[in-house]
Each structure stands twice: as structure tokens, then as C-alpha cells.
Design a protein around this ligand. Structure first.
Ligand SMILES: Nc1ncnc2c1ncn2[C@@H]1O[C@H](COP(=O)(O)OP(=O)(O)OP(=O)(O)O)[C@@H](O)[C@H]1O
Ligand SMILES: [Mg+2]
Length: 326
């Protein structure tokens, strides 16, 4: 089964070719250089850039995998959640291909893609607890089987990635912010300053208070924050990491599930990986995290989920949704 997968949910144009659980190609055309000028994603520019890039990205995914449009068995495309204008570019292109080449089409939820990314090119094992920690989401799921997914908790306000991005912007650390904080924090002392960890009894997350704490900190130390930045960034990141580690381990214990799969852009973070590994070892939990290339948005994860599903019979009526939940 050869699947051409497309993801244009946010600001990366991605196309991948999946064949029998192998990733033959996974092309990501990043828009970071364009949006970094503005310090964040400009939705209208993102969708226009997808429009310019999508055909060449899909063709490159096929040529790298040495597969032609005629050889494809199924097309998979992200239908949501994400930026509506961006999603519509990928969906319209996929529909055009399905019509032109008479192929089956399936719409895939972007978060389900992230959720299963740690299992790409591996066997999926159930049950597992999935922590999706990305630019727009911080959610914990209990996954008992294919499409047997229960949301246990999510953020009440900002996502962890959003909190990192906005704070990095406040501190002029670079773009994308999570990656920049990862880099600067590596040289700092995470124990020097204390930032708040929010632990909510119902298993949900909250990161807006931490963002406010960063603003207050900046005001208090405005004259010397620049010189202390590695320690400040490391201490701030530590609060984000601890919150995620505590939440994920608590969910595994509460549900008596010994497999944790962590995914999304923030799962690329080195400190998070180190602390999650230690906490899971201590608590007898098996930990799975995606390869770096499958952490941020990528079409391979969309194709991988599609390989576990059929196709949409009424694909011509498939629509994009900015807020689709799993
Ligand atoms: N090394 C890193 N450390 C921490 N955060 C990181 C790192 N690399 C990327 N990120 C963060 O990951 C996020 C992007 O991840 P991803 O592409 O999965 O999210 P998204 O697609 O924007 O959001 P969503 O998937 O929720 O719609 C950004 O917030 C970015 O700062
Ligand atoms: Mg994403």
C-alpha cells in the first residue's frame, strides 16, 4: 500500500510517501525564514506560501521515493485542526490529485498524526498514554486501540510550545522560540531562578501564569536580564519541562498504563527528553518519543495514521476544520 500524505496545517508544507510502514520520503518545506521577520506566523502569508510550494513539495516526495502519481494507492491529507486557509490549500490540492488520478482519499486529524508519530516505522502497542506537546496543543490521551482514544486532559489556556514561543519573543531569543530557548538554556543553570509549576488536580495543564511570571521577571530584572539569560532561559524551561513530566507520569499512574508516547514539536526539546527518560525509568514506564524529524509538523505522521485506516467514501465533501478534535 503506497500512500501519498500531505500536511499544510500550519506553516510547514509537507508531503511524504509511506509504503508498508516505511517512510520512503518526508519533505518539509519550512516557512520559518518568512515568518521570523514578524516574530510569529502570519496566517495569510502561510496559506499563500503553501499555495506556491505544495505542488513542488508533493512531486519531490514522489521522486525521492521513486514512485509516480499512478503508483499511489491512497492519498492522505490533514483536515484539521490548524489554520483554516493553510488546511484548505492541502485539502484542495489532495482532492485535485484524487480526481485527476482516480485515487482514494482520506482526511486525517493532525493531532492523531502527532499522537502516533513515536510509532512510525515501529509496531503500535496498546494501551498507551499519549502526550501531544506542540505549538498549539498540550493534551494527554488514553489510547486503548485504533480509534479508541480518550482525552484525559488538555491545557486551559496556552500550549507549552506557545508559552515558549511567546516568552522567547519577549526575551529576543530568536524564532521559533522553543528551539531558541532549548539552545540558550543548554548553557544555563536550571536551578538558579524559580518559576511556577502549575499542577491541576483534574489532570489538565495551564501555562499562562508561567508566561505572566516571565513578564514580571523581565520587569524586575530589566537592567541585568541580558547577562543572566542562559540561567533565566534554563530556569524557565525547567518549569515547562517539570509541568509536562509531572502531568505525563501522573496520567500513566492514574490509568495504570506503563507505556508513554510523547510527541509534537516540543518533544524535540533536549531537557524534556532527559527528564522524561529519568522519570519514566524511576516509575517503571516505557517511554517512546519520535525521531527528531517526526516531532514538528510532517506528512509522514499523517501517512502513518492513514495506513491504519480505510478511506473516505464521500471524499468530495470532505472539509477542513480549524478546531477538529480527535
Ligand atoms: N527543541 C525544541 N524545544 C522546545 N520547543 C521546540 C523545539 N523545537 C520546536 N519546538 C516548538 O514546537 C512547536 C512547533 O511544533 P509543531 O510543529 O508540532 O506545532 P504546531 O503544528 O505549530 O501546532 P499544532 O500541532 O498544535 O497545530 C513550536 O512551539 C516550537 O517552538
Ligand atoms: Mg503540529
Amino acid at each position: 500500500m503506497k500512500i501519498l500524505a500531505i500536511d499544510t496545517s500550519c506553516d510547514d508544507t509537507s508531503a511524504a510517501l509511506i509504503a508498508e510502514n516505511r517512510v520512503l520520503s518526508n519533505i518539509i518545506s519550512s516557512q520559518d525564514a518568512i515568518h521570523s521577520r514578524y516574530g510569529g506566523i502570519v496566517p495569510e502569508i502561510a496559506s499563500r506560501t503553501h499555495f506556491l510550494n505544495i505542488a513542488a513539495t508533493a512531486k519531490r516526495a514522489l521522486s525521492e521515493a521513486d514512485v509516480s502519481f499512478d503508483d499511489i494507492d491512497k492519498i492522505a491529507v490533514t483536515k484539521g485542526p490548524g489554520l483554516l486557509g493553510s488546511l484548505l490549500v492541502g485539502l484542495s490540492y489532495a482532492k485535485g490529485l484524487a480526481y485527476r488520478f482516480k485515487k482514494r482519499l482520506i482526511g486525517i486529524n493532525h493531532l492523531e498524526g502527532h499522537l502516533y508519530a513515536p510509532f512510525i516505522e515501529k509496531e503500535v502497542k496498546y494501551p498507551f498514554i499519549g502526550l501531544v506537546v506542540s505549538g498549539g496543543h498540550t493534551s494527554i490521551y488514553k489510547v486503548l486501540g485504533n480509534e479508541k482514544i480518550e482525552l484525559l486532559g488538555t491545557t486551559r489556556d496556552d500550549a507549552a510550545g506557545e508559552c515558549l514561543d511567546k516568552t522567547a519573543r519577549l526575551w529576543n531569543l530568536g524564532y521559533p522560540g522553543g528551539k531558541a530557548i532549548d539552545r540558550v538554556a543548554a548553557k544555563g543553570d536550571p536551578g538558579r531562578f524559580s518559576f511556577p509549576r502549575t499542577a491541576l488536580a483534574d489532570g489538565s495543564f495551564s501555562f499562562s501564569g508561567l508566561k505572566t511570571a516571565a513578564i514580571m521577571f523581565s520587569k524586575k530584572y530589566s537592567d541585568k536580564i541580558k547577562d543572566m539569560m542562559p540561567d533565566v532561559a534554563a530556569s524557565f524551561l525547567e518549569a515547562v519541562v517539570d509541568t509536562l513530566v509531572i502531568g505525563a507520569v501522573a496520567a500513566c499512574k492514574a490509568e495504570k498504563i506503563e507505556l508513554l508516547a510523547v510527541s509534537g514539536g516540543v518533544s524535540a526539546n533536549r531537557r524534556l527528553r532527559t527528564k522524561l527518560s529519568a522519570a519514566c525509568r524511576e516509575n517503571g514506564i516505557e517511554l517512546l518519543m519520535p525521531e527528531a524529524r517526526f516531532t514538528t509538523d510532517n506528512a509522514a505522521m499523517i501517512g502513518f495514521v492513514a495506513s491504519m485506516k480505510g478511506y473516505d467514501k464521500n471524499w468530495t465533501r470532505l472539509n477542513a476544520s480549524a478546531v477538529a478534535s480527535i
